[in-house]
Design a protein around this ligand. Structure first.
Ligand code: ATP
Length: 376
């Protein structure tokens, strides 16, 4: 187990030839990770997640700033001396070795006595339920089994930190879900510090104790899953976390006899007291603002037993209606933009008139220029 600290860490890739330019992949990254945390780096492709992970492992040089592990700056420490184990998406198992040999390999290199190697490999194999596979070669294993071997290889080393780079992305949907819970349980059992890279926000939300959302090499927000969902700090995070994504309505903040509202084409949303205060105090009255509403907070009105002042009804025409079994997604258009609402079982068809209810307590308000949150 270990603490890890990033101080102003920046990574610039130097041009490989005259045609390419320098590229800043990670920009001024600051983060303190406590012992035993399960930290997720999440963000779209190319946002710098893997580069950051590789800098911890020592596989990528740090251009600027410092990374320390347990108080020691490791910028110049060789990867093999960092007491870190990395699990990759492609497993990277040695094809000519058995499962046992794959798991034992790093211990053998360290000249650990044979009996101890056997004990450690057997222990890890028991934890992962792969004892029966120890004599097989990787080609005789399923994807999930290979991924377990890759995890086992990391566990036997008893590292201070586990780094995992999209370890589940090669697995089918069902196995992914199963391995997700297995890794979470493993983390609890080993009480290890884990840093896990993914672009899958379901993995991020379900596995992480804290999530670091990145975009363009820059940290957008660091928070617990709950906080990210409820209090996104900007439109990027708001749109990235949650599926289907948050709806964004362009509007204008106004004040009338009922209070402060956001006027959107065809309807007005009355802001609850705290949100109204943030809008007024921020100087947004008579200004453009963006209202964010998650699909789960725009409900089919008939699903809500009592539509009171907490809700704003809107009348729209259903576009595509997707039945997911446990719920339905109702897509609808306002002017030339498509939005999404959720409902339980309906008989709605495309083209039907539909009455929806927006939960005013759950709306978010953003600044259209800075994209920062005005109120959650
Ligand atoms: P993905 O989810 O696609 O794996 P990522 O968030 O892990 O993406 P990185 O692999 O960290 O992204 O890459 C960050 C950026 O740095 C990308 O734009 C990538 O093209 C660039 N990059 C990565 N490696 C190099 C390199 N060796 N030389 C130049 N640019 C690189």
């Amino acid at each position: 187990m270990a603490n890890i600290e990033f101080r102003n860490v920046t990574k610039v890739y130097e041009p490989m030839n005259k045609k390419t330019k320098r590229f800043k992949a990670v920009d001024n990254f600051n983060l303190e990770i406590q012992e035993g945390e399960f930290i997720i780096f999440v963000g779209p492709s190319g946002c710098g997640k893997s580069t950051t992970l590789r800098m911890i492992a020592g596989l990528e040089e740090i251009t600027d700033g410092e990374i320390s592990i347990d108080g020691t700056i490791v910028n110049k420490v060789h990867p093999k001396d960092r007491n870190i184990a990395m699990v990759f998406q492609n497993y990277a198992l040695y094809p000519h070795m058995t499962v046992f040999e794959n798991m034992a390999f790093s211990l053998k290199l360290k000249h650990v006595p044979k009996e101890e190697i056997r004990k450690k490999v057997n222990e890890a194999a028991t934890i992962l339920g792969i004892t029966a596979l120890l004599d097989r070669k990787p080609k005789a294993l399923s994807g999930g089994q290979r991924q377990r071997v890759a995890l086992g290889r990391a566990i036997v080393r008893n590292p201070a930190v586990f780094l995992m780079d999209e370890p589940l992305s090669n697995l089918d949907a069902k196995l992914r879900v199963q391995m997700r819970t297995e890794i979470t349980n493993l983390h609890k059992r080993l009480n290890a510090t884990v840093i896990y890279v993914t672009h899958d926000q379901v993995e991020a939300m379900t596995m992480g104790t804290r999530i670091v959302v990145m975009e363009g090499g820059v940290i957008q927000q660091i928070a617990s899953p709950n906080e990210l969902y409820r209090q996104p700090s900007n439109m990027f995070v708001a749109g990235f976390i949650g599926s289907p994504a948050m709806n964004f309505f362009n509007g204008r903040a106004i004040k009338d006899k009922d209070g402060i509202k956001v006027s959107i084409s065809g309807f007005k949303l009355l802001l609850p007291a705290e949100k109204a205060k943030a809008v007024e105090d921020g100087g947004y009255l008579e200004q453009e603002v963006i209202v964010g509403v998650r699909p789960e907070h725009i409900r089919y009105a008939a699903d809500i037993p009592e539509i009171n002042a907490r809700y704003q009804r809107i009348e729209v025409k259903a576009g595509i209606v997707e039945n997911l079994g446990s719920e339905e997604l109702i897509y609808f258009w306002i002017e030339d933009k498509q939005y999404c609402a959720k409902s339980s079982d309906t008989d709605l068809k495309s083209g039907d008139a539909v009455s929806l209810a927006i939960d005013l307590e759950k709306i978010h308000v953003f600044d259209p220029k800075s994209k920062l949150t005005i109120s959650n």
